[in-house]
Design a protein around this ligand. Structure first.
Ligand code: PMP
Length: 299
């Protein structure tokens, strides 16, 4: 029998192989995930009962963990199975999965090697990031003063529990009355937004900052690149400036939670006609089609 979750009270949260209700799912206040944001995570979508791009998310999780020398206490194959099982147990056929590995409880000092038991957590819930209006009419964004972390300090390729860099940029955008921020890298080139990668479209080609501009290697980004190339639209990872954004025909953001969201205004300039463009709308449609068709079945 497939269990169906009636409400969030019947949510089952996984911590290290055991299941807990929402109220009982707890970790130590000495966990370095809490004390220092020391850990890694993934956000994964379930569409139509299938876990989308699961292998890609698992690969990125284990790569992020390797870079920060965090040993995930179970093999990738087993954790992948557990994710599928927890999705099934929670009974949500369209869901957002938050998979977290914290460093575990240790002393109050920084030393991560005092933490012997990393905590592996899986939460299955719903997510609504932006209202439907933004998908129909497009977003207004601004460039903010908070620069993206330099790769030599904390690599943006590590999806770590420490999101303060992005949160500070998000605060700047929200304080200015817009929902999202463009973050530049330390050279002044465009990197990404606070939780999404950025793309432009000009004269039939698609452009996005190269990962070496200091961005998270987004799984939706890769998916959009694949869809575009399969449709014969050239995609070029580039060194992107704000000038490129202002003078593009179209602009959009990509992320697991946001999917593909059009951007129609940046720093007071209309992008193209100031409306979601044709290529963006095509990609939104294709992405949704793919998301509903592909993925690892959980039910
Ligand atoms: N950049 C940042 C900073 C992110 O946090 C995310 C994930 N929300 C993305 C880009 C998009 O990555 P993905 O498509 O893998 O969700």
């Amino acid at each position: 029998m497939t269990p169906v979750r009636e409400n969030s009270d019947s949510m089952k949260i996984y911590i290290n192989g055991k299941l807990y209700s929402k109220g009982d799912a707890k970790i130590s206040v000495f966990d370095h995930g809490v004390l220092y944001g020391d850990g890694v995570f993934e956000g994964i979508r379930v569409y139509n009962g299938r876990v989308f791009k699961l292998a890609e998310h698992m690969d990125r999780l284990y790569e992020s963990a390797k870079t920060i020398m965090l040993d995930i206490p179970l093999p990738k194959k087993n954790l992948t199975k557990d994710v599928i099982e927890i999705v099934r147990l929670n009974g949500l056929k369209n869901a957002y999965v938050r998979l977290i590995v914290t460093r575990g409880a240790g002393s109050l000092g920084l030393n991560p090697f005092t933490c012997k038991n990393p905590q592996v957590i899986i939460i299955v819930d719903k997510i609504i990031l932006y209202p439907p209006k933004f998908y129909k009419e497009g977003l207004t964004v601004i460039t903010v003063g908070t620069q993206r972390n330099i790769a030599e300090a904390v690599s943006p390729r590590v999806k770590s529990l420490n999101y303060l860099n992005n949160i500070l940029a998000k605060i700047e955008a929200l304080n200015s009355g817009v929902p999202e921020a463009i973050m530049l890298n330390s050279f002044g080139f465009v990197s990404e937004c606070t939780g999404d990668n950025i793309f432009t479209v000009k004269k039939g080609s698609i452009f996005t900052p190269s990962i070496y501009m200091g961005v998270l290697e987004g799984i939706t980004r890769a998916c959009v690149i694949d869809i575009s190339r399969a449709a014969g639209i050239p995609v070029k990872p580039i060194v992107m400036t704000r000038h490129d954004i202002y003078n593009s025909d179209e602009c959009f953001l990509t992320g697991t939670a946001a999917e593909i969201v059009p951007v129609v205004r940046a720093d007071g300039r209309n992008i193209g006609a100031g409306k979601p463009g044709q290529v963006t709308r095509f990609l939104m449609k294709e992405f949704r089609r793919l998301a509903r068709r592909e993925g690892v079945p959980a039910f």
